[in-house]
Design a protein around this ligand. Sequence first.
Ligand SMILES: NC(=O)c1ccc[n+]([C@@H]2O[C@H](COP(=O)([O-])OP(=O)(O)OC[C@H]3O[C@@H](n4cnc5c(N)ncnc54)[C@H](OP(=O)(O)O)[C@@H]3O)[C@@H](O)[C@H]2O)c1
Length: 316
Amino acid sequence: MSIVLKRTGQKMPLVGMGTWKLPNAECADNIYHAIKVGVRLIDAASDYGNEKEVAEGIQRALKEGIVKREDIFITSKVWNTNHAHDHVKEAVKYQLAQWGLDYFDLYLVHFPIALKYVDPAHRYPAGWFGDDGKTVELQNTPFQETWQAMEELVDEGLVKNIGVSNVAGTLLLDILRYARIPPQVLQVELHPYLTQQALVNLAKQLDIPITAYSSLGPQGYFEMGFKGTVSLLQHDLIVNTAKAHGKTPGQVILRWSTQRGIAVIPKTSVDTLTIENQACNSFDLTEEEINAISGLNINLRLNDPVELDPRLGIFA
Ligand SMILES: NC(=O)c1ccc[n+]([C@@H]2O[C@H](COP(=O)([O-])OP(=O)(O)OC[C@H]3O[C@@H](n4cnc5c(N)ncnc54)[C@H](OP(=O)(O)O)[C@@H]3O)[C@@H](O)[C@H]2O)c1
């Protein structure tokens, strides 16, 4: 199952695999295994610090002829410290060299936040803070400059599709005022505790497909009793729905997204869970079940940069 991207007609798989916090030492093996069991979309980013290792897994699968390059949809992202026109280009070229690839299928602006440029020779990945490790240093680059540089990456064949991440409605509408190439994908945090229905409705109107990240809700947060919530995977409604279908809680949560046309990129370093996640489209939830799961919404955002610095209130 896939989503056909509007401008290029390229097919983006509805279920892929994320790579944030995939331990570097195991990355190559995890990704190689994932491709072997059918994963065809890998979501990466310079900020995750493991692109080289993720690429190793893909290169192994390519060399063994398990897949051809055109069979795998590779997404990466430009980091906040590379928002100036020339730095966007520098970033994609640097990342492609790390991957040993000629192009990315999708390249996203990771956050609508411009931070002071960091030379990769000085620090890579650059992260959120300056050299003192605690101060966020902003840079005055308007988003329009960044987007125009993204469009040029498409012109130059370095990326096939471009999109945005962590962008709310106001900015999305503004980008469309000047975009020569509209965003092909919007990647945002989305799970039953944060359904973002207004944004989902807007993106639908604008014909921009959504990829949900943290679609299971990153489990570490819940184990710490994050904001008094229980893990979605252990929530009675999810567990009982899973039992009713003979599926796992993870599959129910992922299907709640994919059945509504929202792509998912669950991350796991457990090979059996990769297989389980990949099979999440093997059944259908009823409309009542989808609505009941949507009813779990409590607007619980797990990933909000404002917690690092009040000037980063992009969802305010
Ligand atoms: N654009 C952005 O700003 C942004 C932000 C965050 C994430 N992302 C992307 O989205 C991807 C997914 O988000 P995420 O990693 O935050 O969260 P996630 O995929 O929703 O959840 C990952 C957690 O769930 C566990 N897990 C995975 N599949 C499971 C299953 N079937 N049953 C039980 N536990 C399962 C994993 O543990 P184990 O590894 O131990 O299995 C991990 O702790 C990231 O890897 C990244 O590529 C993008």
